[in-house]
Design a protein. Structure first.
Length: 183
């Protein structure tokens, strides 16, 4: 016994409708994938960091969630020192890892003359104040003890070099040994 022609027609029409839905959505999906439409194009941020950051340089992430750039593109940060990371995400069971307490943030930052900062622009512009004491300590130290040495802005994220200003004591030539006495 053959099914009626209507059943075939209805089935074919249903399959056609299902097939047309992705085609209709394709242009929207393409727009969503466009890097220019993303507020956090991590590849561009990583390229900006890789341009200036060198092996052995210190890096701060402000706030900690901006560490996602390093997690997505570790090659751009290979050989750098994450100044305040106490435990990585895989060890701590968290996405971005666990940072040291605020008091230790101060002591770790005190040891460096320059530091690269990957930060949310709103934080650095003062439009948003972090609640976390460690994040506030990082921001306070950068504002009080460092000057901006260069930056690259990519959307909502800034890659900025902070350097300690030269003090008059650091500009003095080293002391020379006393002259030998003349006979």
């Amino acid at each position: 016994m053959r099914p009626p022609l209507r059943t075939y027609s209805a089935t074919l029409l249903g399959l056609l409708a299902i097939a047309l839905v992705p085609l209709q959505q394709f242009s929207l999906l393409q727009q969503d994938r466009d890097p220019a439409r993303r507020p956090d194009d991590l590849a561009v941020i990583a390229r900006a960091a890789a341009y200036g950051v060198r092996k052995g340089d210190a890096v701060l992430y402000l706030p900690a969630y901006t560490r996602n750039t390093e997690l997505a593109y570790p090659g751009a940060f290979r050989g750098t020192r994450d100044l305040v990371l106490a435990r990585t995400g895989d060890v701590s069971g968290t996405l971005y890892g666990v940072e040291v307490p605020a008091a230790e943030v101060r002591s770790r930052v005190a040891r460096v003359q320059r530091v690269w900062v990957v930060a949310d622009r709103a934080v650095l512009a003062g439009r948003w104040t972090p609640r976390n004491p460690g994040e506030r300590a990082k921001l306070d130290l950068l504002q009080r003890e460092f000057t901006v040495g260069g930056e690259a802005v990519r959307g909502r994220t800034v890659v900025r070099l902070y350097v300690r200003p030269l003090s008059p004591a650091s500009l003095r030539p080293p002391s020379l040994p006393p002259r030998p006495a003349r006979w």
